[in-house]
Structure formats: C-alpha cells, structure tokens
Ligand binder design. Structure first.
Ligand SMILES: [Fe+2]
Length: 220
C-alpha cells in the first residue's frame, strides 16, 4: 500500500481562526468523553485525555473555517469524517488512527485518509511520526510479531522524547517527522502510519489540539 506523504503546514489556521474554533471547546457537556486509566507513579493526575466532539451542527461555523483551510492548503478531495478538540494530559504511545470501516476509511472506495493535528496554543511538546504503518490491526504487539527490530532510534532520541514508551517497542520504529506544537500549524499524516506524542507530561500539565480524521477521494 502507498502511504500519503507526511507534511507540516505552517499557518494552516490564523490565530483568529484558531480562537474561534477553540471557543467550541467545552460548549456542550454532553459532547465530552474522558478516558482515565491507572498511570501508576508517572503522573499526579488520573486523566489521560478529554475529547470535545465538533461534529454537531452547532459547530458549523468552526467546520466551515476548518474545511476551507483543508481546501486551501491540501486539496478539495478530502472528506472531513470526524473531528474534535483533544485535551491531552498524558502522552499517547505509538498508535495508528485507522482501520478499514473506521471513520470513513473504506477498503474499496476511499481507502486512504489523513489525520490532521492543529495545536491551539504553543506548547513545549511534539508529535513523532514513524516511517512504519499497519493497516489491519492497531496493536504494537502484532506489529512487533510481524517485523524485525531495526534499532534506528538511538538512546539520545529516546531519552529526549520517548521515555513513556517501552524501549523494546521503539527498536521496531524509525522516525519520519518530529512536529513541534505551534499554534495554528498543522501536521498531516497518513492515518495508517504509526505516531505518538513525546513525554510532554514531564514538562507541562496538558495540551490542546484540533484532531481531524479524514478520507481522501483519490486513488494513490
Ligand atoms: Fe493518533
């Protein structure tokens, strides 16, 4: 399978556009879900993340701004399937954002899609995109069972960004892109591509971004 190219788009949204969309963060308490889990001694909090969905028609103003930016910077063949404001309190480990049938990904007609990440402020944090991908399973255990370690990520990089990850897991990945979280900039990456955050929780209490999952009406 061909992957969509990873890109960083500076000034994808203006400060004003970001602030308008940010105004929808928390507008409807019924539109929130939170994921909590036991993080042991890694953090003083008990929340991993909160999500405010933006698919509701009350968010149309925000949707128009975002879809216009997609058209302007990426193309008019992108379908915005679902999007939300993510507040992240604890780092995401390496994962993918897509399986067939999930949020518009369709093996026959629209098999490919981008994830969009647009930070709502400047944060001392980044998203790390790996070169590797997986299309039929989101489990790192499956990926490790089907691939050999490549030992591309050295100890220096691991200590700088990735101490929340298992060192053994990181033997199987190589780094494609490091996206620094700057307000209004945008990371786009193939939804099947492995990615995760850095260990920002050692530096800041939380961070917020627009996360959008799309499909693309184009055969690669
Ligand atoms: Fe993701």
């Amino acid at each position: 399978m061909k992957l969509l190219p990873t890109k960083i788009i500076t000034n994808f949204l203006t400060d004003n556009e970001v602030d308008i969309i940010k105004g929808y963060d928390g507008y409807d308490p019924y539109n929130l879900w939170t994921r909590s889990f036991d993080m042991g001694s890694n953090t003083t909090g008990d929340k991993e993340l909160s999500v405010w969905g933006l698919d509701n028609e009350q968010c149309t103003e925000a949707r128009v701004i975002f879809e216009n930016a997609i058209k302007k910077h990426v193309g008019d063949d992108i379908i915005l399937n679902t999007w939300h404001i993510l507040t992240s309190y604890f780092p995401y480990r390496a994962h993918t954002d897509g399986l067939w049938g999930e949020y518009g990904l369709d093996e026959k007609d629209y098999p490919n899609g981008y994830t969009f990440v647009v930070p709502l402020e400047d944060y001392d944090s980044c998203t790390i995109v790996y070169d590797q991908y997986q299309i039929n399973d989101k489990s790192t255990a499956t990926f490790m069972a089907n691939n050999d370690p490549i030992d591309s990520i050295d100890n220096e990089f691991y200590e700088k960004y990735l101490t929340h990850e298992s060192r053994e897991n990181m033997r199987y990945f190589s780094v494609n892109t490091v996206f620094s979280w700057k307000k209004g900039n945008c990371l786009i990456m193939d939804r099947f591509q492995w990615h995760g955050s850095d260990h920002f929780h050692t530096k800041i209490p939380e961070k917020k971004a627009i996360i959008a999952w799309t499909t693309i009406k184009r055969s690669l």
